[in-house]
Design a protein around this ligand. Sequence first.
Ligand code: MEV
Length: 318
Amino acid sequence: MTAFTASAPGKVILLGEHAVVYGEPALAVPLFNIQARAIVRAVPRGNPGEMLIQAPDIELEAFFSDLDSHHPLKVALLAVLEHLEMTSPPACVLNISSTIPIASGLGSGAAVTCAVVRAFSAFLGQRLTDDQVSQLTYQAEKIHHGTPSGIDNTVICRRQPIYFQAGKPVEPLRIPHPFFMVIGSTGIPSPTGEVVSMVRRAREKNPARYNSLFASIGKIVKSARTAIEDGGLNELGELMNTNQSLLEDMGVSSPELENLITAARNGGAPGAKLSGGGKGGNMIALVEEDQAQEISSVLLRAGAVETMITRVTGWEAV
Ligand code: MEV
């Protein structure tokens, strides 16, 4: 029986998280080391409209019709049906698996939804464009994150590095000189939606201070894009460090993140910062290729529960 399979990568925000929610630009890259995958299979003699969803990683086994109307999967599947002008799915089984850690700032929710939207629409006979998949994925992102900027679904569904600014055409980020990063996990959940709401409340109390933090981050992101295009690794590292200071001022860092960030810098990484929502989750360290293994060990010794080394590259790399 034909199975319709789709996968989607994780993501890393290089610079600009949180400020991007307020209209500033940010840089993000897909992370192919970790992936979400969705498989849809028809059930030939099943009851029309009966769709069984199996996601053993999150201990979910439920019929589509039984999912709460606010469940991100229900929202995503309904968005696909509506887009294709259908009212209910043919009998089928949707299987979901993912190697992307949940609530870690690495795009697990958006990647699962992106893979589901792609596989389900293909099963229904339509191969959607990356931008269509991204727009449908965004519907479920609103359930995950409240007021998402759209950067996560965009980088994940496009599967390419991006310079993202809400409301403007997405620009591919050129990376002519690939570089390496070590990602270190604090092992502490990063509830992106909650942290985004916390920043919103703080900004309501002190708009001038927060708007100025966001504007400073926006400037750093623009300089970082130039540094990446020029291969200025040290300059990029310094910009990451300044971005981290501003995220600390914003109140979204944590002692555990800062412990790993300091360890990476002391170990020789030219730049390190938190990545994603913050308050937990992952930090990233910019490294030279021959430093990567050592910085990974440094992070593990400093208490990281897991590390990942990744080569950040674009389509124009040689
Ligand atoms: C989450 O990956 C990035 C945030 O800026 C939220 C968003 O852009 O939607 C924290």
